[in-house]
Design a protein around this ligand. Sequence first.
Ligand SMILES: [Zn+2]
Length: 240
Amino acid sequence: MPGSFKTEAVVLRSIRFGEADRILHLYSQRLGRLGAIAKGSRRPRSRFGGRLEPFFRLDLVLHQGRGQLATVTSAATVEGYPRLRSYGAGIGAAARACDAVLRLLDAAEPNPAGYQLLCRYLSLLDEADPDRGAGLNTALSFRLKLALAAGFAPELACCARCGEAEHLTGFSGAAGGVVCASCERGSFELSEEAHRFMVESLASPLAAAPPAGERALRQVERAVSETLEHHAHVRLRAAA
Ligand SMILES: [Zn+2]
């Protein structure tokens, strides 16, 4: 898309470049993954101010020339999420979420559900009690929903190998879902609690992620990670 265009986007990564520039990895509402350069943005009196940092949600005007990177012409803040930046767990969770989006939604095509999900999670981290954060259950619910938005949701309704609906006792990343007792070769044990958490997470808003114990949540994390490794060829960082 040559020429100038407008889009809303979240800054996933911001890298210092040259003497005074920044290169941004953006996830945009209208165009999916974008790379852009913000010239002079590290000068003290840059018109961009401090808003080209990770997690900022911006209204951007970009110019696409012949190069791979678009050039940032203007940037206005939609949301800066200042409270999530004030506690370590918030920054960590937001960084892992942005990293997951960067790895999983890597196409230059729009994914409105994925974009909305990222903005929703950043808002929840911003509204959370800094002493408790948004919780591992919300972080994993985000991952499951992101996998769904990317087209890699695990099969949860019946055995991913044979279609059996009862005695679902394991999870296999290679099979891409829960497996029954007869098909459990190569799977790991998945508790009823972990299975229920995944089903309910996908059926609930992110703000209403169901509760679950630490052991079940670690099984969920492994299930999502192994599914994405096998089917999306993406390896995510630990969820917390
Ligand atoms: Zn089976």
